[in-house]
Each structure stands twice: as structure tokens, then as C-alpha cells.
Design a binder for this molecule. Sequence first.
Ligand SMILES: NC(=O)c1ccc[n+]([C@@H]2O[C@H](COP(=O)([O-])OP(=O)(O)OC[C@H]3O[C@@H](n4cnc5c(N)ncnc54)[C@H](OP(=O)(O)O)[C@@H]3O)[C@@H](O)[C@H]2O)c1
Length: 237
Amino acid sequence: MNRKAIITGATRGIGREIAAKLAGEGIDLSLVARNKDRLQELAGELSQKGIRTFTIAIDLEDEEAPGEIIRQTVSEFGGIDILVNNAGMPHKAPISEADPGLWNKMFAVNARAPYFLCQQAIPYLKKSNNPVIINIGSVVDHKGYINQSLYSATKHALAGFTRVLAKEVQEDHIRVHLISPGGVYTELVGEMRPDLNQEEMIQTTEIADIVSFLVSYRGRGVIDEIRIRRFNSTPFD
Ligand SMILES: NC(=O)c1ccc[n+]([C@@H]2O[C@H](COP(=O)([O-])OP(=O)(O)OC[C@H]3O[C@@H](n4cnc5c(N)ncnc54)[C@H](OP(=O)(O)O)[C@@H]3O)[C@@H](O)[C@H]2O)c1
């Protein structure tokens, strides 16, 4: 029987590439994003690879979203083996321009939704033979870039709970990974780093390859976190 994965932010950028890669490996996909038309178009394309697809058009800002995503996926597929928390909301501005409403929205999408998706997926992941959670962080989950305080705060929160979660579910054999990329060529990076040249950026396929490796590899060694930077940025910086 195929493994079953949930991918948030599946319709564009990194999430779309992860979805294409996992579909090619025979993994059934529950695809999450807000735009219904894009979801349906993607599901149609990926179904041609012989997998089952299911779409959930929902805004992760909604407090009920994590519960709905888990409930609908389990009702459709009967279980969950892989959860990829990929969706994220960028923001670039100095601290002086932030406000509590934006703070709440950013934290809801980038930290609260992944946190409760993990929490609510755990009972189902425990029943899987090869359960994996992958959270997509960012270079700003461990570094501080000017004018990215809010984005960075949300990604630090994501990284923080991911490290604790990995310990809490270790005895359930659920493997938890954090992938922290630098600039990847997507629509989002255009907003965050318009200064970067497309030719110098990480490709979405490279992140998808890492995800594919992490969901299939089950050796005695475990990779907790992968930090991936642009080839011409400073090593170990
Ligand atoms: N690109 C980079 O350079 C880079 C670097 C490091 C980390 N990351 C992280 O990688 C992840 C993906 O980034 P990306 O560049 O691929 O982004 P992207 O191209 O902007 O795509 C974002 C995806 O998330 C969905 N999404 C956004 N807000 C949502 C919400 N409130 N509820 C549900 N779905 C939502 C979007 O679909 P809808 O609009 O239809 O909802 C879309 O499918 C993010 O977590 C980002 O922080 C990106």
C-alpha cells in the first residue's frame, strides 16, 4: 500500500516541487493551500503518476485548519505516514512598521499551524511503519537578517518546537527533521531578497531531493537538521 503524505503550501514553489517528487515515488498526497483552482490543477497533474490525491483548500491562519486537515486526510486516506509543514508567509520590514495584527497572522501561519498539525498528526503517525515529520524552516531560523525580524521570529519558533518535538516522539519512532534553506528561487524569495540573482539561488528541486531522501532513508543514523545555503554565500557563516 502507498504511503500517505500531507504537504502544506503544495501549489507553488518548494511545496509544489516536493509534491511532484513524492508523487513520482508512489506516495499518496493530501495537498493543502488556499487557492482551490491551483490545488485542483495540481491534483489532476499528479494523479497521472498513478497516486491518489486529495485537496484541502484552507487558510492556515484559521485556528481550526490543523484539525480539519488531519481529519479530512484521515477520512480520505485512512492514515498518515508523512507530514511536510512547508507553507510559509514572508514579511520584510523594519520592527518600527510591525503591528500586533501582522504578528498574530505571521505566527498563525508559520508557527501555530505547523505546531498543531504536528500535534494532531501524532496519533496517526504512531500507527505508521515509517513515520516522518519534515518542517521547512529557513536560514532565518538560526540567523538574524535586517528587516526580517517578524519572519525570523516565526521561523525561530518553528525551529524551537521542532527540536523539542523530535525528542518527545523519539520513542514512538517518529523521525522529525528541520530543513533550513537560504535563498531558493520561488515567488517568495522575490519579495524577501530582490537583490539576489536567480542564477545564484538554490533550486526548488534541490529541496525536494532532500525531502525525498529524508522520507525514504531509515538507517541507524538520523539527520536532525539540514542547513542548505547558496553556493556563493559564506560557508559555515
Ligand atoms: N523561497 C525561499 O528562498 C525560502 C528560503 C527559506 C525558507 N523558505 C520557506 O519555504 C517554504 C515555502 O516557500 P516558497 O518560497 O516555496 O513559498 P511560495 O512560493 O510563496 O509558496 C507558498 C505556498 O504556501 C501556500 N500558502 C501561503 N500562505 C498560506 C496560508 N495562509 N494557508 C495555506 N497555504 C498557504 C501557497 O498557496 P496559496 O497562496 O494558494 O495559499 C503556496 O502553495 C516557506 O515556509 C518559506 O518560509 C523559503
